[in-house]
Write a protein that binds this ligand. Structure first.
Ligand SMILES: [Fe+2]
Ligand SMILES: [Fe+2]
Length: 329
């Protein structure tokens, strides 16, 4: 390779590293929330949403048209309306404007906090024991790493927890297409679970902004976990659902520890993020404690849903034969 080629390769590598670094580990900020607590580093920042906004603003010019901006007129219309139809504006029950685009008023719900948070599926069969063993093997290094840093733990946990529903939903979706058959609502149930988990993450990043090394860890864990779970679901959906059932049991346990520390005053309680108040229809004076309580209830629901999905298949049936528990929200 001559000197010119070497220089070109070096320049290209530098450009790639710079662009990848920016995309993966930067924290774009926009103000979408009014919350500010002691853990709040960047107000209302959601990496995914902010990245979308960045792309959006690159693609379209969102500023108001002026005389010299006539050529941007078409692009501006594309942003401010949907094929000429003005986007509907939503209001809350008190008449104030709805400020979230990531979810709408009809997606808000009241979590069932009466759900049993101590339920445990006893591992009896080989399928159960393998799933339980995998989750226990994952649990100990995680507990050692985070100890009692509950918010850090929750942020990283939610980035993993939002994967199984999406992978399972996607594979059931493609199966439904391949076999020309209904899914019994299970695609929707699993995608609802994935979305709900992602909203947990969107809530926690309102109170804690992960450090660069935590973002790097999430990147690596996602690469491994997504592919491992994808293969596990292809090979044995009943094993994959059982693994998720046990992962959810551990999520319930870690939120119980989180809640205990908040109740004992080991951790300072702070006002609930605005996004959480609107998503779970919480009272305005709610605190982090209330948020953890509703998230724990969600995790208990995911636990039951996944153990149920595994039970159906362990008994030799297909998921589509039993109606999926949708509409929980
Ligand atoms: Fe979650
Ligand atoms: Fe969950």
């Amino acid at each position: 390779m001559n000197r010119n080629n070497t220089l070109a390769v070096t320049k290209a590598s530098q450009l790639l590293v710079t662009q990848l670094g920016k995309r993966l580990f930067t924290t774009p900020t926009f103000t979408g929330s009014t919350n500010s607590g002691p853990f709040n580093i960047s107000q209302g920042t959601t990496l995914g949403t902010a990245r979308l906004l960045t792309i959006h603003s690159q693609k379209y010019n969102t500023h108001a048209p002026s005389g010299s901006d006539k050529k941007d007129d078409t692009e501006t219309k594309a942003v401010s309306s949907y094929w000429g139809v003005a986007p509907p504006s939503h209001t809350k029950a008190d008449g104030s404007a709805w400020k979230w685009n990531c979810f709408r008023p009809w997606e808000a719900y009241e979590a069932d906090t009466t759900i049993d948070v101590k339920k445990h599926h006893n591992p009896v069969t080989w399928n159960d024991k393998i799933a339980f063993g995998i989750v226990q093997a994952l649990k100990y290094p995680t507990s050692l790493y985070f100890k009692r840093k509950h918010i850090h733990h929750a942020v990283l946990l939610e980035t993993v927890a939002a994967v199984p529903g999406m992978v399972g939903g996607m594979l059931l979706h493609t199966k439904s297409l391949r076999r020309f058959e209904q899914s019994g609502g299970w695609i929707k149930a699993l995608l609802e679970e994935a979305e709900n988990e992602r909203m947990h993450l969107m809530t926690f990043i309102d109170v804690y902004n992960p450090k660069w090394h935590e973002r790097a860890l999430v990147f690596a864990v996602q690469g491994v976990f997504f592919n491992a779970y994808f293969l596990a679901y292809l090979a044995s959906p009943k094993l994959a659902h059982r693994i998720t059932g046990y992962l959810e049991e551990e999520a319930v346990n870690s939120y119980t520890e989180f809640l205990n520390d908040l109740e004992k005053g080991v951790m300072e309680d702070i006002p609930a993020p605005a996004i959480a108040i609107d998503y779970w229809c919480l009272p305005q004076n709610s605190t982090l404690k209330d948020v953890v309580r509703v998230i724990r209830a969600d995790e208990a629901h995911h636990r039951d849903l996944n153990h149920y999905a595994s039970d159906i298949q362990c008994q030799g049936h297909e998921l589509k034969e039993y109606p999926a528990p949708i509409g929980y929200h």
